[in-house]
Design a protein around this ligand. Sequence first.
Ligand code: MRU
Length: 359
Amino acid sequence: MADNAAMTASSFDFDRYDHVRPIRWTGQALELLDQRVLPFSVDHVRCLDSDAVAAAIHNLTVRGAPAIGIAAAWGVVLAANAIDAGNGLDAAAALAPAMERLNAARPTAVNLAWALARMRKTLVAAGTDWRVVLTREAQAIEAEDLQANRKMGALGAGLIAPGSGVLTHCNTGSLATAGFGTALGVIRAGVAQGRIERVFAGETRPWNQGARLTVWELQQDGIDATLIADAAASHLMKTGQVQWVIVGADRICANGDTANKIGTYQLAIAARHHGLKFMVVAPSSTVDMGTASGELIEIEERDPAELLSFRGQRVVAEGVHAWNPVFDVTPHDLIDAIVTEKGVVERPDAGEMRALFEA
Ligand code: MRU
């Protein structure tokens, strides 16, 4: 693997192996690395108001559960900066419509609602300096996500035996978070520690987060990854080249059931069939103890055109219909470990989840 030897040092140089950042706050605007056009164009979309942020979340300019929560928090700051600060202003009421529009941008990843709830709570408790307080809170949400990812990287990598191969799905990296990534953070740390020798990434049809984003992001940091067609996953497992499947999450329920990118569920089934381990890596902002189990999660369905067309050009016969759910739910009994910054839940169920998240 290119440059992997340099990463076996006991102290991990986070900055050296984590170059990409999807979100940039300038003080007046939110600049989002446009994930629709990567890897061949590295462009930023400049959002000057909260509705532009909501649109960017909906159209996947910014994507990945933690990243959309962070972007929404900055969207609230933009909304706060846009309202008149007259005497007696009820800032919470004034910001509520913008926050509702941000919340409606995507349904499945709980991080979006979580970040908005945190901003709302902060606002209600704030004094006359509420704008400054909101800005600090958005900064804190972003900074805490990066810290959580680094912690999870160490915890998750600790579960992996030296010399292992791993398969990941979608993009869970710096692009999907404040930086370092969730599942990709574990992979970064595992490669650095010499535990992971082979990294495979599924292309993640139909939006190709794996093919367009994950292998590009790892390439930026000098980590070799081999792309496979989604349909090659079971065959790869059978060859013995991977020992772990490592994925992120968009919502983890009170019993450990986990919503993640469409295709995750079939990877968990195939992993169990082949005797491989299955790890979910997500910050506690992705844990939704208010949702008892996976069947209660709203699964986002997107435009069938994502399936019927490629780069804007129709590739399927006219008149053919398509169904495009973009997340699925992996039942908790197919998961070997849920890694969060608060600790690891092995063989998750309602009791194990309560022990860590309601203690
Ligand atoms: O539709 P996306 O690209 O936003 O979906 C992203 C995923 O499903 C990721 O696996 C998940 O958000 C975890 S990212 C750290």
